[in-house]
Design a binder for this molecule. Structure first.
Ligand SMILES: Cc1cc2nc3c(=O)[nH]c(=O)nc-3n(C[C@H](O)[C@H](O)[C@H](O)COP(=O)(O)OP(=O)(O)OC[C@H]3O[C@@H](n4cnc5c(N)ncnc54)[C@H](O)[C@@H]3O)c2cc1C
Length: 418
């Protein structure tokens, strides 16, 4: 059968479904192909499931420390099967909502593998779809060095780890990007022994230098072991328990398994002229909100500023940043203001005093913001709005911030800038 649409989209993750909603708003007929589950990696194997498990881990962590706050909990236990079942429920509920929203918006969803034949035709099963415009939003997959192939037993990907039946005793996490740090936080909160191995000379190497240093300090306090300038060379089964991991410094670590959090690569696909590639497949920033932004801008034909895409590492406290990093700026060309979170009354009320707000400015405008704090993701967003709209430091100083909040920290930090 031959069917005709204004827009054909392959891939039902954030990039694909956002493009579909946006095109429907403009009155276009849209067909969306998804070979697996609607919602893509973000909803099924990424953002949502990890943050749901993280929330359980944070509650457990808080309860362990709650006696000082006047709350007594005895016989605290983790039922990990329930943690995973709860995660599955959250994912299923959100997926159902998304499927319904697509239906209500009039997007035709075809749950099949689709092949883009050329800039105007898509094939799925036996049908041919003739489309005026085609978007590929097929995403990315976990990547690991060739010698360390995922085996689902001792070398796990970020997909495999979401379906653990029980908590491990000791894990090694290769890579300290957002995924590696979040899982280190999850496992350590659940009292699992964690070793993080990072190839770069600092943890979270994509962050501002002072953020990296602070995470190292936090990991030391939480007894999360880490090795920088080190890589995983070999993983072999240990006849007594788990596996032996040989590191580049010659050390051998015995752990239950290795989580390879060493990045993701766009799916392999032939690039066809005239087809738009958005989201992770574009090979740009691998974040759901970037995929969403790209999709909206692509459909509405508006430009976007890649410099102002927020980065967030979840957990307690959150880590969030956008714009320039101090290590990339020439000394003397910018101003810097830093405020410790412990200076804020709210942080003491919440028993969460670790962290800082760091703002970089030039010519009375904010050029970078780096925050470690409870609610850091929400705090950062205030500064991104200021950066995007070129609101001056002086103007922000005129704004009234509520008390007691973490936002006051933004105000105090800004007040230290000229
Ligand atoms: C563990 C983890 C945690 C993450 N946490 C965050 C976070 O907190 N915040 C954040 O912003 N980002 C996070 N990300 C990244 C985020 O998930 C991705 O950037 C986002 O999902 C990319 O969206 P996408 O639409 O480009 O691709 P995807 O979400 O990968 O969707 C692509 C879809 O295309 C489908 N597909 C592929 N080929 C075909 C085909 N031929 N036919 C039909 N369908 C096809 C796939 O099945 C898939 O569903 C995380 C990722 C991981 C792995």
């Amino acid at each position: 059968m031959v069917l005709n649409y204004d827009l054909g989209i392959v891939g039902g993750g954030p990039a694909g479904y956002t493009a579909a909603f946006q095109a429907r708003k403009l009155g276009k007929s849209v067909v969306l192909f998804e070979k697996d589950e609607i919602g893509g990696v973000c909803l099924n194997r990424g953002c949502i499931p990890t943050k749901t498990i993280l929330h359980s881990a944070e509650i457990f962590e808080e309860m362990k420390k709650s006696e000082n706050l006047g709350i007594q909990c005895s016989d605290l236990k983790v039922d990990f099967e329930k943690v995973i079942a709860h995660k599955d429920d959250v994912v299923a509920k959100l997926r159902k909502n998304l499927e319904l929203a697509l239906k209500n918006a009039g997007v035709v969803v075809v749950k099949e593998y689709a092949e883009i034949l050329n800039s105007k035709q898509i094939k799925a099963v036996e049908d041919l779809y003739e489309c005026s415009q085609i978007i590929s939003a097929i995403g990315s997959a976990p990547a690991a060095p060739k010698s360390l192939n995922f085996d689902g037993k001792y070398i796990l990907s970020s997909d495999d780890i979401l379906n653990l039946k029980k908590l491990p005793k000791k894990v090694l996490i290769a890579g300290s990007g957002a995924i590696g740090i979040e899982w280190a936080r999850i496992f350590s909160s659940f009292d699992v022994e964690v070793i993080v191995v990072e190839l770069a000379d600092k943890l979270l190497p994509i962050a501002d230098i002072e953020v990296s240093k602070r995470i190292e300090r936090m990991f030391k306090m939480k007894k999360v072991k880490f090795l920088t300038s080190t890589s995983v060379e070999k993983v072999s089964e240990n006849s007594l328990s788990g596996c032996d991991v040989t590191l580049s410094n010659g050390e051998v670590k015995n752990v239950d398994f290795v989580l390879m959090a060493t990045g993701r690569k766009p799916l392999e696909t032939q690039r066809i002229e005239g087809v738009k590639y958005i989201g992770d497949i574009s090979g740009e920033i691998q974040l759901a909100h970037f995929a969403i932004k790209q999709a909206i801008c692509e459909i509405s034909e508006i430009p976007y500023d890649k410099n102002l895409i927020p980065s967030v590492v979840y957990g307690t406290p959150e880590i969030a940043w956008a714009g320039a990093r101090e290590q990339d700026l020439e000394a003397g060309t910018f101003e810097k203001s830093m405020l410790l979170i412990s200076a804020l009354g709210k942080s003491h009320c919440d028993n969460c005093t670790d962290g800082f707000i760091k703002i970089l400015s030039r010519d009375n405008k904010i050029i970078g913001a780096h925050i470690i704090s409870k609610e850091a993701s929400a705090l950062l967003q205030q500064l991104i709005i200021a950066m995007q709209n070129k609101i001056s430091v002086d103007k922000i100083k005129e704004t009234c911030f509520a008390h007691p909040t973490y936002s006051e920290g933004i105000f105090e930090c800004i007040c230290n800038l000229n």
